[in-house]
Design a protein around this ligand. Structure first.
Ligand SMILES: [Zn+2]
Length: 347
């Protein structure tokens, strides 16, 4: 090859290399480019290797100088391309990670107690102001505390498996169907006088519908002292109803039967929705059935031992969900258990 031909070849490789370099838009492509045009295995290097075979010293010098100039130029252009690309990536990274401190923050709604918890707290506060101490008891109970000690006959239908959840732990172990169990446990531990309320979950083998759910909450109240009267019971319940509904609502007591109280009564309160005129909520009766109560049955006092002999007491029990449904005009108990934030968020 003549020096002219070699020179043309070098210029042609340079042109091709520069064009290829202008298309390298990633660092990987740049690296490949360097391998193709500037490494030992490149076409450019092949030509330089063959320079030794050229006999003419002047030609060798001229071509050598040209080759070095082109190589320097390619290296310089490559370095510039690397710098430009690195700067571009860095800029993009900065853009991506940049924090605009003037942007408004993401607002999260603060959580709050579940409506049932709020209502339980509210009920506890009201009874606390009436001198009742809040006590707690286990949700897994025995037949004795759930039925026997409360004077519930062995053949009472409430004991039936269709009404009560029995466990596989033992035949007499069940999920409590009422918070009255805590009455017995408290009386066993404490001498009279005793003035307690117990609020908690109870379980009944119910079919789920708008009014019934297998889990619900009950408030159980008990007052035992030397001379407790039915009048005190009525006064306590009236005070509670007025405080809970935040208005004066008359109550009325109708005779009823519960195994653990004698005499027993069902308590109605004036319908807060129609002021006793009659509406859909109260079934056009003007009154709403709200709780059961009575004077503690002598057998119950006898069951907890001699400490309670000669004493009298009253007890009452009510469903928390029912109270809440009346207070807030909720027509379906399932709202409390579906965990739908559209409902929960309203409280
Ligand atoms: Zn009504």
């Amino acid at each position: 090859m003549t020096d002219q031909e070699i020179s043309t070849q070098l210029q042609s490789i340079k042109k091709e290399a520069l064009t290829a370099l202008s298309h390298c838009d990633t660092l990987d492509l740049l690296e490949n480019w360097k391998q193709a045009y500037l490494s030992r295995k490149s076409k450019f290097n092949d030509i330089l290797k063959n320079l030794g075979k050229i006999g003419d010293v002047d030609t060798k010098k001229t071509i050598g100088e040209l080759a070095n100039t082109i190589k320097d130029e390619l290296l310089k252009t490559f370095d510039e391309a690397c710098t430009t690309l690195n700067a571009k990536f860095l800029n993009e990274q900065i853009q991506k990670e940049a924090i605009d401190v003037s942007l408004p923050g993401i607002s999260y709604k603060p959580g709050h107690y579940h409506p049932l918890s709020q209502i339980c707290q509210n009920i506890a506060q009201i009874f606390s102001s009436l001198g009742f101490e809040q006590v707690f008891g286990p949700e897994v109970e025995t037949n004795y505390y759930n039925f026997d000690a409360l004077n519930i006959d062995a053949d009472h239908p409430a004991r039936d498996e269709q009404d009560t959840f029995y466990t596989s732990i033992a035949p007499h172990v069940l999920l409590r169907s009422q918070t009255s169990t805590v009455q017995i446990r408290s009386m066993e531990k404490t001498r009279p006088p005793l003035k307690i309320i117990s609020i908690g979950r109870v379980y009944r083998n119910e079919e789920i519908n708008a009014r019934k759910y297998p889990i619900f909450h009950q408030v159980e109240g008990l007052y035992v002292n030397s001379k407790v009267s039915f009048g005190q019971l009525k006064w306590t319940l009236q005070k509670f109803i007025n405080a809970f509904f935040e208005r004066d609502l008359k109550i009325r007591l109708r005779p009823d039967f519960f195994p653990f109280t004698e005499p027993s009564a069902e308590v109605d309160c004036e319908c807060p929705f129609c002021d006793t005129k009659g509406c859909k909520t109260c079934g056009h009766k003007g009154w709403l059935e709200i709780l059961g109560c009575g004077m503690v049955h002598p057998n119950v006092l006898k069951n907890v031992g001699e400490n309670y002999q000669g004493y009298s007491g009253f007890a009452f029990g009510m469903g928390v969900e029912r109270l809440a449904m009346i207070k807030y005009g909720i027509y379906d108990i399932r709202y409390f258990y579906n965990n739908d934030l559209r409902f929960i968020g309203q409280f």
